[in-house]
Design a protein. Sequence first.
Length: 248
Amino acid sequence: MSQQANTDGLARPWQSELIGQRRLVSRWAGLDRTMVRSHTVVIADRAPAIRQGVRSVLESTPDICVVAEADTPDEVLAVTAHCRPDVLVIDPELDDPRGVPVISRVLRVSPETGVLVFSTVDDDAAITSAIQSGARGYLVKSSGPDQILRGIHAVAAGEVIVGKAIASRFSALMSSRPEHYPFPTLTSRERDVLERIAAGKSNMAIARELALASKTISNRVSSIFGKLGVADRAQAIVLARDAGLGRA
């Protein structure tokens, strides 16, 4: 379907700020105010073919409007902050193959956006991590067009949805998960370090308490900052204390 046919001549271009040396360009589709409001969607995936495939599915229905695409974490944050979409369809592996910090970062800049994961990964740890990070839905990339459309509508409505391949074990998975931790992408050792950072302790003091080398603590601190999406220790302390850490 051509862009002209899909928007009936109402689309207009917008351009976000420069990220590195790349300029993000997407199209904002205008809507006839007499029509039912469309669900606005951003698609984020490293693979152009996947983005185009999902776009083709979504543009086959009149009540879904794809407003932007992204293929890096920085682009995801930029277009989400700019467009404030109803739904972000995202493969978390564009950020980190072993975690989903980009989801929690997105929800900090646009908490009203519903996140629908669209991934090749179908293991329990990935699903649990995505849901705990704030995703409302999880579909594997073998899902058919009907499942994708149903996922968009469910997430836009504030519901939680998973694909057929996951549904049979989802309830047991969620009921058996450990007590919720505010930053699920952190390892148990990183959590020990963050608790002490939140308490105002220096790297040297943390190293003494945990009987570890200062370099090891420094590496863990850097990893924690990356996963939390913060730039420095002060931001990490504020975020951790807001989540209830470091108060004992």
